[in-house]
Design a protein around this ligand. Structure first.
Ligand SMILES: Nc1nc2c(c(=O)[nH]1)N[C@H]1C(S)=C(S)[C@@H](COP(=O)(O)OP(=O)(O)OC[C@H]3O[C@@H](n4cnc5c(N)ncnc54)[C@H](O)[C@@H]3O)O[C@H]1N2
Ligand code: MOO
Ligand SMILES: [Mg+2]
Length: 411
């Protein structure tokens, strides 16, 4: 087992051990946020027929030759086609068909003149200029052509992709399965959230925070509740978690305390320890094991440490498993709005609220930074990333921040 490794090393190990999930067939709307596991080839032209992009009159370009304000031409209106209907009339010389946006262009017509450029009665339409053939006609296949690969395997499915698949009549689609992530909170001091407080005990917040982080990424959380600091209890829960989950997250019990049993439990269930302790603050004592293609991550019990290490390590592996190729938080340069004087020889992530004004990012820091404090995580949108042995930082200094709610970037 590697001990006291760098952030970069830890991430490299985790990504190397994370394999993409298998393809599953899911109902279209459930595919949002997932990655396509198949190329989507269009089996149709879209639009499937020549259509009108305007409300107006379908006419023949030839009939408009020589038309002008002074020498308008008058055509006879022989039919009316709303969208969804077709005209069975063949447009002949001197004739027009009243047509609505989205309707199929009638046979013989090669121009649509919008209402605003005409004068009309029920029987006739007057046109004041000449048009070349093809004016205001949407060609067959303008959007997609039969045989086109319209969405490539690996595309992240969001609203436009769902619309494209709907256009093609696909009620189901093949995507990489959402990773299943089990969460177990360990600690004799923990109570379920419905339980009244007892002296010496606190309620389990970590399971809930982490389940919400998992849901936000589009993966599937399973809360296994709380578990006492007892090796048999922990291994029992881990064993059942491993039958279901791709990733198991535990919190608590990873440090050097007498009751810190996570690492022992990981090995007890057949896990091979990959590393313990990463040179970062908060969350230093993170412990990671693998069992076959499953990863078991023991995060610090301290609520802010668990939250931040999730963003650094669990988020990228969930996204990689989901088939995403971009899984790093976006980093930007920002201007610090208050002093941060603490200097340490570890990389540090400090809560920040970053905003953009007049071409620059600025970052405000909340008052509390301790890894046991949860409340100051509320309202933050970024992490001030302090590289080891840098600082102290003063108000006005340029800093690096990771944006927590921004789309992932390639790295
Ligand atoms: N002698 C040392 N002691 C500690 C060290 C060290 O290096 N030497 N490291 C400290 C650091 S840093 C951290 S981080 C913590 C890590 O502790 P554990 O992961 O072993 O977690 P616990 O001891 O079980 O709990 C820590 C803290 O978090 C509270 N907690 C735990 N689970 C939950 C939960 N589900 N919801 C809310 N809060 C939770 C727990 O009550 C403790 O207060 O170790 C330091 N010690
Ligand atoms: O590594 Mo710990 O999370 O700083 O308290
Ligand atoms: Mg401990």
């Amino acid at each position: 087992m590697r001990i006291n490794i760098t952030l970069e090393e830890a991430l490299e190990v985790l990504l190397k051990e994370s394999t993409i999930t298998e393809a599953v067939h899911v109902p279209l709307l459930d595919a949002q946020g997932s990655v396509l596991a198949e190329d989507i080839v269009s089996d149709m032209n879209m639009p499937p027929f020549k259509k009108s992009p305007l409300d107006g009159y379908a006419v023949r370009a030839e009939d408009t030759k020589g038309a002008s304000k002074d020498r308008p031409i008058i055509l006879k209106v022989i039919d009316f086609v709303p969208a969804g209907y077709i005209s069975d009339k063949q447009l002949g010389k001197g004739e027009a068909i009243r047509i609505m946006t989205g309707a199929k262009i009638p046979e013989g017509a090669d121009v649509v003149v919008r209402f605003e450029d005409t004068e009309y009665t029920e029987e006739t339409v007057t046109i004041y200029q000449a048009y070349s053939a093809g004016t205001n006609i949407v060609r067959i296949g303008e959007d997609m052509e039969k045989g086109d690969i319209v969405l490539q395997k690996g595309t992240v499915i969001d609203a436009p992709e769902i619309g494209i698949l709907a256009t093609l009549g696909k009620g189901y689609v093949e995507v990489c399965r959402k990773p299943r992530v089990a969460i177990l909170s360990t600690g004799d001091e923990l109570l379920d959230i419905q339980q009244p407080l007892i002296d010496g005990k606190i309620r389990n917040s970590n399971s809930y925070t982490i389940a919400a982080q998992i849901k936000k990424l589009g993966a599937k959380p399973l809360m296994l509740g709380i578990c006492s600091d007892d090796i048999e209890a922990i291994t029992g829960k881990l064993k059942s978690a491993l039958t279901w989950a791709d990733i198991v997250i535990t919190t608590g019990g990873v440090s050097v305390g007498d009751h810190d049993l996570a690492k022992e439990a990981f090995q007890e269930v057949g896990g091979e320890m990959l590393f313990w302790r990463v040179r970062m603050k908060p969350g230093t004592p993170i412990a990671v094991a693998k069992k076959e293609d499953k990863l078991i991550l023991g995060l610090s019990g301290n609520p802010a440490a668990a939250y931040i290490t999730f963003e650094q390590f669990v988020r990228p592996i969930i996204l990689k498993k989901m088939g995403r190729t971009k899984y790093q938080l976006m980093e930007v340069k920002s201007i610090l709005k208050s002093d941060f004087t603490k200097v340490s020889n570890q990389n540090r992530f400090v809560r920040g609220n970053t905003y953009y004004r007049d071409g620059k990012y600025y970052t405000k820091l909340p008052g509390k930074h301790s890894s046991g404090v949860l409340t100051s995580l509320s309202g933050i949108n970024s992490l001030f990333y302090i590289k080891a042995a840098t600082g102290p930082y003063k108000k006005g200094d340029e800093i690096t921040v990771q944006l927590l709610n921004h789309p992932e970037v390639l790295k």
